[in-house]
Design a protein around this ligand. Structure first.
Ligand code: C2E
Ligand code: MG
Ligand code: MG
Ligand code: MG
Length: 290
């Protein structure tokens, strides 16, 4: 933003408009090959209950190992794929990888949920069937799949997404409103959605240590969420002090660097194993040492 550029330190290098356009074009043209050449990855970040300190599940986060541009983050490539209508390919890839992982964990006795981020653009009429087929293919119970849609994605102007959301909910999947607090959703609107979970945007959670306003916002969302019978997740939990404050407010679930960064499946499995060794409690059971 202009304000940020004005107040920050002097920038030594700013990519030119031409360079940004080249990079965008590389992403647009490179996505198809990235899928077929196996350059997409999914990292998994655990979520833990604030009461029992147990691992409940993971959120699947897309990564792109670009052969020339290096490791790319979704904040850069997701908007490009949304704009070009290629986002459905990413959603399908992440869904397939995550359900395969969920199946593997399930077979090893770990009943972990997996949360997949959706772009509202992929919520067309055919999407619920695609999800049902993927659950079937991997033999994963629908209740282990959480689908996350951003608050702006379910705003009142996006009525067209409602039938697909209702069908996904009817399949038994859980629905979460992501980045809550940043959009315009009214309480009345949330009540009309088949939603089970709200995820408080990490900007408020990160601010809890220093901004009393953020503490008030987080408390209000926790209370409102519980009034509506929703599970409340705080993301961006980086400090033990914030985790304690969230637990005291009655927030249900924490996600953040304090617990773990997003990890490749193999590293997450090692992390889960080391937890089980340290505390003896398998993920999904009460009393883990997280
Ligand atoms: P999100 O769904 O809100 O995911 C949480 C983001 O916060 C992740 O960023 C995660 O790495 C980051 N995060 C987690 N804990 C902390 C913390 O303690 N501190 C800080 N500072 N950050 C934390 P990431 O992986 O870069 O993803 C960014 C966004 O990209 C996601 O935000 C989501 O909206 C989108 N995204 C990721 N994967 C997909 C995907 O497969 N499909 C779609 N449509 N969007 C995706
Ligand atoms: Mg999310
Ligand atoms: Mg979020
Ligand atoms: Mg986000």
């Amino acid at each position: 933003s202009a304000a940020r550029e004005g107040s920050g330190p002097v920038r030594c290098y700013e990519p030119s408009m031409g360079e940004r356009a080249d990079r965008r074009l590389a992403l647009i043209r490179g996505f198809g090959p990235a899928v077929t050449d196996g350059h997409l990855r999914v990292h998994y970040q655990p979520t833990v209950s604030l009461e029992g300190r147990t691992v409940l599940g993971v959120e699947a986060l897309a990564r792109w190992e670009h052969p020339e541009l290096g490791a790319l983050l979704p904040d850069e490539f997701v908007p490009v794929l949304e704009a070009t209508g290629q986002i459905g390919g990413l959603t399908e890839f992440v869904l397939d990888e995550s359900l395969a992982a969920a199946r593997r964990w399930h077979d090893r006795g770990m009943r972990l949920s997996v949360a997949v981020n959706l772009s509202v653009g992929s919520l067309d009429d055919g999407f619920p069937d695609l999800v049902a087929a993927a659950l079937d293919r991997h033999g994963v119970p629908a209740e282990l799949l959480i689908l996350e849609v951003t608050e702006s994605g379910v705003s009142a102007e996006r009525e067209y997404a409602l039938p697909a959301l209702r069908r996904l909910h009817a399949l038994g999947c859980r629905l979460a409103v992501d980045d809550f607090g940043t959009g315009q959703s009214s309480l009345a609107h949330l009540r009309r959605l088949p939603v089970d979970t709200v995820k408080i945007d990490k900007s408020f959670v990160l601010g809890m240590g220093t901004e009393t306003g953020d503490v008030a916002v987080v408390r209000a969302i926790v209370e409102m969420g519980h009034t509506l019978g929703l599970t409340v997740v705080a993301e961006g939990v980086e400090s033990a002090a914030v985790r304690t404050a969230l637990a005291d407010m009655g927030c249900d679930v924490a996600q953040g660097y304090l617990v773990s960064k997003p990890l490749p499946a193999g590293c997450l499995e090692q992390w889960l194993d080391s937890l089980a060794e340290a505390g003896g409690a398998p993920p999904g059971a009460e009393g883990g040492p997280v």
